[in-house]
Design a protein around this ligand. Sequence first.
Ligand SMILES: [Zn+2]
Length: 241
Amino acid sequence: MIISATLSLLLPLRAFDPYALPPRYVGEVVGSSWSPPPGFTEKVVALTFDDGPDKLYTAPVLQILKEQRIPATMFVVGIKVNQQRKQVEQERSMGLEIANHTYSHFSWPSPFIAGPEVLLTESAINMTQSPHSHVFRPPYGQAAGATSIFAKSIGMASVLWTNDTHDWELTSPTTMVNYAISQMRPGDIVLMHDNRQVTPLGLRQIIRAYRTAGYQFLTVTQMLWRWDAFINATTQPKVKM
Ligand SMILES: [Zn+2]
């Protein structure tokens, strides 16, 4: 408890932090089955890209995001941030949200390395983006894993996704696009990867599909605030006139 409380103090003061989270999502797991909140109809979508920065495929993804003016969220791997700092600096200069996806991308890491896995990445990101995101995504969606538990203990939100494009297992951009379109719904957080060849090949069509359907693009933190506003608006006690 004392360690958690001390580490929480390392996070920037919320009042001055553009990446502050809605209080209801601090230290929570977000995404998958129970979100967006039931009844949410606002046409907004957050595109997310995991596992970068990558030598080959981050550049074409960023080119499309720039050309299409999309404020996406990049879930970066700390060791790669330290190797490809220029790409992360470009992401920051484009106004993208740069968020934590652990340092080494281990599957089910031991609790003993969970702290360094999260904090080393926080420090790598912080060198290019300060203040920075308080959003965390556990590798392989292991929200019950040690890194996710640690991230939550220092007040981060562990954010999964609501629309999996399956780009991590595909080579066909058409199949990827079809997955995305078939699962499209208001308040989506879309899972993609900027270290996959297929992703830049299908990305324009996914953006076009959401745009044609009237969607606005947000970062993950912006999306959490939209969800929060919706929950607040729909759970207000009725005032007697
Ligand atoms: Zn990953």
